[in-house]
Design a protein around this ligand. Sequence first.
Ligand code: ASP
Ligand code: MG
Length: 280
Amino acid sequence: MARIVMKFGGTSMAGTERIRNVASRVKREVDAGNEVAVVVSAMSGETDRLVGYCREASPLADPAEYDVVVAAGEQITSGLLAITLQSLGVKARSWLGWQLPIRTSSAHSVARIEDIETAAILASMAAGEVAVVPGFQGLTADDRVTTLGRGGSDTSAVAMAAALKADRCDIYTDVDGVYTTDPRIVPRARKLHRINYEEMLELASVGAKVLQTRSVELAMKEKVVVQVLSSFSDAPGTLVVDEDDEMEQELIAGIVADKGEAKVTLVGVPDKPGAVAGIF
Ligand code: ASP
Ligand code: MG
């Protein structure tokens, strides 16, 4: 028996049909005898829609109330997944950020997780209940709802895995692992079966959109074994683990491209003080 955290992103949670697919993957782990906590994102597009409402209401929306609004997407998917699991005969309940609670800093919209209370959720999991936890949200010391910044559910999942001392944190997404480079651009890109934290951090921070950078930093710090998998296929994913000392480890694990950068070359710039400053 293992204790695992499974995380499903917005594409995996987009609509009741897809949530049923998620529920059947969770059921498989439960049937195999594992204790499971699931961390979910809002349905894809939902958080953008909620952010849009805040902007429409006021361009200077109070950040604390902004968080109340944008945290709602994950509340909906948590409840829907618990309902769907129950309909498959799996015992499940949701645990909202404020119910655990997941304590965070008070930096609204970019809060950092400080502590997760686990006694109640662990007791429920030990009694055979799947715990469904909304990603992205938390609670300040003075009980205001916070969110962790866009893409923050990955960080929620890794933090839950660390707090629950889980054996693994499986991150289900719409790609089936980490590739040597973007397979949509380079058809010969290969899937990596393993990658170490430092390399994953490097890839994430320069543009590989598989995992939120902060979640990789946290996994490295807390030594959480992360696995990136697809929720739409049964292909083996990529394990993100501690540096291993394989003798023949590749020197370069992957290559990422960033379309947001450009190089401009100016020629014939006069070689006198102030010329370059003037151009800038
Ligand atoms: N729903 C949030 C977002 O779209 C958090 C997440 O999905 O990771 O940014
Ligand atoms: Mg994401």
